[in-house]
Design a protein around this ligand. Structure first.
Ligand code: ADP
Ligand code: MG
Length: 250
């Protein structure tokens, strides 16, 4: 059981190549982190996996339990169990947070089966309590007027409610103060388990102080240039991405 990316190449619509052969395998039960300098293609990778417009896959594959993800619509990818928490979460004016999540869950049920409203709110409130979110957020329009930190917490709430098999978090830590970061980490850690895989994309090491990954990859120039264990994060913290320059000179 894994989300498997093999030799993935992708360009912008104008033909500029951004992903230049990315390979990585995220099995269920593991947390993989990707770090790397700005502009290395981390967000592009997450968007290509999610099926975002504006990118053209020119080679390689993305599979989920062996199924071709790139052949699926965005909706099919989501139903197949991929959840992407965006670096910049979208606002959905006029739709309350609770109704948005409820509709997403309802859409995953067989025709004629209705969500149990009592059980739904019970589980929503449990998760909001864990994320220290005020109940007033259930009635507010999705992300409208939310602060950066509130949007990120709301993304984690959606993720916890949808219980996806693979969770991709793109810079969920950026713009968060340390308390919000700890709460986001608490949400992610509460979801870790043998049946779920995570891909955490982050520019900063500090998220990894609170969520210890099983595997850490470094991305630069559209490729994974190094892979190691959690100790690699400390090395990057101490020495930054200097080794990239040394590697380029070698
Ligand atoms: P990262 O998330 O690692 O900072 P990105 O994937 O956002 O990197 O970007 C990789 C490179 O691709 C950058 O040089 C960025 O400017 C470029 N890029 C990505 N998406 C677009 C786009 N839609 N239009 C123009 N350039 C883009
Ligand atoms: Mg990015």
């Amino acid at each position: 059981m894994s989300l498997s990316i093999q030799n993935l190449h992708a360009t912008l619509e104008d033909g500029t190549e951004i992903l230049k052969g990315v390979s990585l395998d995220v099995p269920t039960g593991q947390v993989h982190a990707i770090m790397g300098p700005n502009g290395s293609g981390k967000s592009t990778l997450s968007k290509v996996i999610a099926g975002h417009e504006g990118y053209v896959v020119t080679g390689g594959s993305v599979t989920l339990e062996g199924e071709d993800v790139l052949a699926m619509s965005i909706d099919e990818r989501s139903r197949a169990g991929v959840f992407l928490a965006f670096q910049y979460p979208a606002e959905v004016p006029g739709v309350s947070n609770a109704n948005f999540i409820r509709a997403a869950l309802q859409a995953r049920l067989p025709e004629g089966v209705e969500i149990d409203a009592v059980a739904f709110y019970k589980s929503l409130y449990e998760r909001m309590d864990l994320l220290e979110m005020d109940r007033k957020f259930t009635g507010r329009a999705v992300n409208e007027g939310f602060s950066g930190g509130e949007k990120k917490r709301n993304e984690i709430l959606q993720m916890m409610m949808l219980e996806p098999r693979y969770c991709i978090l793109d810079e969920t830590d950026s713009g968060l103060d340390i308390d919000a970061l700890k709460i986001v980490a608490k949400g992610v850690n509460s979801m870790r388990g043998p049946d779920r895989g995570f891909l955490l994309i982050t520019h900063y090491q500090r998220l990894l102080d609170h969520i210890t990954p099983d595997v850490l990859h470094v991305m630069a120039g559209g490729r994974i240039v190094r892979t190691g264990g959690p100790e690699l994060a400390q090395e990057l913290e101490a020495h930054g991405y200097d080794f990239l320059k040394e590697a380029a000179l070698a």
